[in-house]
Design a protein around this ligand. Structure first.
Ligand code: SF4
Length: 336
C-alpha cells in the first residue's frame, strides 16, 4: 500500500479538447485527486459485502459515509440506518460507519448480542489509538475538531476524562489544562489543514510545550483534495464541489477554494442543484468532489456543464493515490 501526501506540488495537466487558454473560451478544470478515498471505498464495500453475506435488512449505525446518494442507494437495497444500537433488534447484524465509534457504543452493541462489523476507517482508528496511548500517559489531549461530528464523538469517547474538544481558533481561550508540560493536540481527520494550523499556533502560544501528534491526523485524502483545489482555485471564476452538507471534508473544500482565490464556490449533491445563473459571465469552472462522493455524481455535473458550453475539460493533477485498505476480516474472502 502506498499513498502520496504531496504538499506544495506543481500542477500536472492533461489536455482536454480545444484550446483552453483562448480568449473567451469556456473551460472546466477538474481536480485530481477527488472523490472516493480508501476509507470510504472500504466502508461502502463492507456494507455491500455484508448485504451479500447476511441479506437484508442490514443495520448500519449512522450514515456509513456522509453522502446522500450513497445512503439512499444502500437504503433501497435493504440497509436500515439507525442512530443508536438500541434501535437494532437483538442478535441482528450491525455495521459501524467509517467515522468510528467509542468503546461505549461497542459495549452497548455487545449487551444486545449484536453481530457487529466495524467499517471504521483505519486512519480514524489510528487517531483512537493515539488518544488511548496519551490518555494512558496522563496527558491532556486537545482534540481539534467540529463539535457534534461523529468522528470526534468516537475519538473523544476513547478517553473522555483526558480529551477536550477545540472547535477552531476561537475556542483556544477556553481551554484549561492540568499540567502545561503534558499537553498534546490531535485532530479530526477531515479538517482544513490551514485552519487547523492556525488553531495549533494559537494553542502553542498558550502552551509552548504543546506536543504534536506522532503523525498527521488530517488524512492523506483530505490533504490531497485540498492541495488540488488550491492549485486550481486561483484560475477559477467558480468552483463546484460535489458533496453533501454533512460531509466535513466536502464543506472544507468550498472554504479552501474561496480562500485560495476562487471568485465563487458552491457545494452540490447533484447536477440538478447547479443553478445556471452561477455560470453567467464565467469562463473557468473548477470541479472537485469530497472523499465520500461517487464519480457518477461528478460525471453528472460535467454533463450539465457541457450542455452550457463547458465541454472543454482539463485535469489539474497534484497527486496520484494508490492506497487500498483491506476489508474487515470476516468479509475478506468476499472481496477476493
Ligand atoms: S476521509 Fe480520510 S479518514 Fe475519512 S474515510 Fe477517507 S481516508 Fe479515512
Amino acid at each position: 500500500m502506498s499513498s502520496a501526501i504531496p504538499l506544495n506540488v506543481g500542477i500536472a495537466r492533461s489536455a482536454g479538447t480545444g484550446t483552453i487558454d483562448a480568449e473567451g473560451a469556456k473551460r472546466v478544470l477538474l481536480a485530481e485527486p477527488r472523490g472516493y478515498c480508501a476509507g470510504v471505498d472500504r466502508a461502502v464495500e463492507t456494507v455491500e459485502k455484508a448485504l451479500e453475506k447476511h441479506g437484508a435488512p442490514l443495520y448500519v449505525r449512522k450514515e456509513i459515509v456522509h453522502n446522500r446518494h450513497v445512503v439512499e442507494t444502500l437504503r433501497e437495497r435493504g440497509v436500515i440506518f439507525v442512530d443508536e444500537t438500541d434501535e437494532v433488534p437483538e442478535g441482528a447484524v450491525l455495521v459501524f460507519s467509517a467515522h468510528g465509534v467509542s468503546p461505549a457504543v461497542h459495549e452497548a452493541a455487545a449487551t444486545r448480542n449484536l453481530h457487529t462489523i466495524d467499517a471504521t476507517c483505519p486512519l480514524v482508528t489510528k487517531v483512537h489509538q493515539e488518544a488511548k496511548r496519551f490518555a494512558r500517559d496522563d496527558f491532556d489531549i486537545l482534540l481539534i475538531g467540529h463539535e457534534g461530528h461523529e468522528e470526534v464523538e468516537g475519538t473523544a469517547g476513547e478517553a473522555p476524562d483526558h480529551v477536550q474538544l477545540v472547535d477552531g481558533p476561537d475556542a483556544v481561550d477556553r481551554v484549561r489544562v492540568r499540567d502545561e508540560n503534558k499537553v498534546i493536540w490531535l485532530s479530526q481527520t477531515t479538517l482544513s489543514v490551514d485552519e487547523t494550523m492556525e488553531t495549533v499556533q494559537r494553542l502553542r502560544e498558550r502552551f509552548p510545550s504543546l506536543q504534536d501528534p506522532p503523525s498527521d491526523d488530517i488524512c492523506y485524502a483530505t490533504q490531497n483534495r485540498q492541495v488540488a483545489v488550491k492549485a486550481m482555485a486561483p484560475e477559477c471564476d467558480l468552483v463546484i464541489v460535489v458533496g453533501s452538507r454533512n460531509s466535513s471534508n466536502s464543506v472544507r473544500l468550498v472554504e479552501v477554494a474561496l480562500n485560495a482565490g476562487a471568485r465563487a464556490a458552491h457545494l452540490v449533491d447533484y447536477a440538478r442543484e447547479v443553478d445556471p445563473a452561477w455560470l453567467d459571465g464565467v469562463r473557468t469552472v473548477g470541479i472537485t468532489s469530497g472523499a465520500s462522493v461517487p464519480e457518477i455524481l461528478v460525471r453528472g455535473v460535467l454533463d450539465m456543464l457541457a450542455e452550457h458550453g463547458f465541454g472543454d475539460v482539463q485535469s489539474v493533477t497534484t497527486a496520484n493515490e494508490t492506497l487500498v485498505f483491506a476489508l474487515p476480516r470476516e468479509l475478506r474472502a468476499a472481496r477476493s
